[in-house]
Design a protein around this ligand. Structure first.
Ligand code: ATP
Length: 379
């Protein structure tokens, strides 16, 4: 699909190239999710030439073209003139692909590809891709000064791609990290979330620690780092990565305040507080497992996360007992229903209570999940 867009633009005498993250991912052998094309066509040209278009960021020169449900962001070559307050600049269009690539953050993100011209790589991005290095285009300190979010993006790409960070670039990160205070919480949240959900969250957490960026973004980062460093954070279920990270602060109030400040959604905040409270609790493992199992929506994940964060093997064992062949017993899977108990002569509230007991019994004795064994138990 992106090649179709390039061909069509070329056909109308515009230049067009595949650029950015999609090219990087493609060269790494991964299938990109969405595609970026840079062109000298203006947004109004792109709007005119394609059937399905969304003017996503027309002020920044971006139009989304949709072909066969694939989204392709087509952006006019641009330079970013003035950087205001270390962030998002005003933009200006240019005819030069070189200028467009030069304003991009890292060499691995600053290549272009055209089916006839091949790879266009002014800043040795391909070498950096091969050597697995995140390196600024140009002088790192200048680039971070222009847009401080790049400091966090640098760590994010390293974590997502499992790349190292070039020495000068890392020095830039360390020197200018305090400028991140000028960046909005939403944008910090986006990058932080991507780091935590990357393939190598622990590596990202380590980089945040070593560079001091963690401390700038979250004052008590050291606490989080020390705790998570001693656990296999990578193994925590995907949906609990963010809550688990913040729960490491171990103080529900602080967790809530910080996550609100960083504009996390209610669901993540609630889960973080739950995890935090369970981590602090003095309940026995068995009690905790039962409580979570019966009361929480994400019971399975919470138990896994707790067992990893606590390094408590008994919890893992208990949890395994609660499963049948890796599959959780759900209430509706229990081979006896309320009507069966009614037939046995039980009434009203009794039925609910006995069903709950049966359910708990089956959780711990999944092999007994058949009518005969259950009726024996009830009797
Ligand atoms: P992903 O889509 O996986 O987040 P990406 O590389 O596509 O990765 P985007 O944030 O979508 O990242 O940005 C697209 C491209 O725009 C980047 O590859 C980079 O070339 C450029 N870019 C984005 N943000 C910046 C920035 N703050 N400074 C300089 N260039 C940037």
């Amino acid at each position: 699909e992106p090649m179709q867009v390039i061909k069509k633009l070329n056909h109308h005498n515009f230049r067009a190239y595949l650029v950015g993250g999609s090219l990087r991912d493609y060269l790494l052998g991964n299938t990109p999710q969405d595609f970026d094309i840079a062109t000298d066509a203006k947004p109004e040209d792109v709007m005119r030439l394609f059937e399905k278009v969304i003017p996503t960021g027309i002020n920044h020169g971006t139009v989304t073209v949709i072909i066969n449900d694939v989204k392709i962001e087509v952006t006019t070559f641009r330079i970013e003139k003035e950087y205001q307050n270390h962030r998002w600049p005003s933009v200006e269009f240019t005819d030069s692909l070189y200028e467009d690539l030069k304003r991009r953050d890292f060499t691995i993100n600053a290549m272009a590809y055209h089916p006839d011209e091949g790879l266009i790589d002014y800043f040795n991005g391909l070498d950096d891709l091969k050597n697995r290095i995140v390196r600024c285009v140009g002088n790192p300190q200048e680039r971070f000064f222009e847009d401080a979010l790049r400091i966090l993006r640098c760590i994010r790409f390293a974590a997502q791609l499992n790349f190292s960070i070039d020495t000068m670039t890392f020095q830039g990160v360390v020197l200018l990290k305090d400028l991140l205070k000028k960046i909005s919480m939403e944008r910090i949240n986006t990058e932080l979330s991507k780091i935590l959900k990357s393939k190598n969250p622990l590596y990202g957490i380590q980089l945040l620690y070593e560079s001091g960026v963690g401390e700038v973004v979250i004052q008590e980062y050291e606490r989080i780092y020390k705790f998570l460093h001693s656990t296999k954070f990578d193994l925590i279920p995907f949906s609990l990565k963010i809550p688990a990270f913040f729960a490491a602060l171990r103080d529900a109030k602080k967790v809530e305040t910080l996550m609100r400040k960083l504009r996390f959604d209610r669901k993540n905040i609630a889960l973080a507080i739950t995890l935090c409270n369970y981590l602090n609790s003095e309940y026995s493992t068995e009690y905790l497992v039962r409580k979570i199992f019966f009361e929480e929506e994400k019971a399975e994940e919470i138990i896994i996360a707790l067992s990893i964060l606590n390094k408590d093997d008994t919890m893992v064992e208990l949890f395994n007992k609660l499963r049948v062949k890796n599959r959780l017993v759900k209430k509706e899977d229990v081979k006896i229903k309320g009507e069966d108990l009614l037939e046995l002569g039980l009434k009203g509230k009794e039925i609910g209570n006995v069903l709950q007991m049966v359910y708990e019994y089956i959780l711990y004795n999944p092999e007994k999940n058949n009518r005969k064994d259950i009726l024996d138990f009830v009797n």
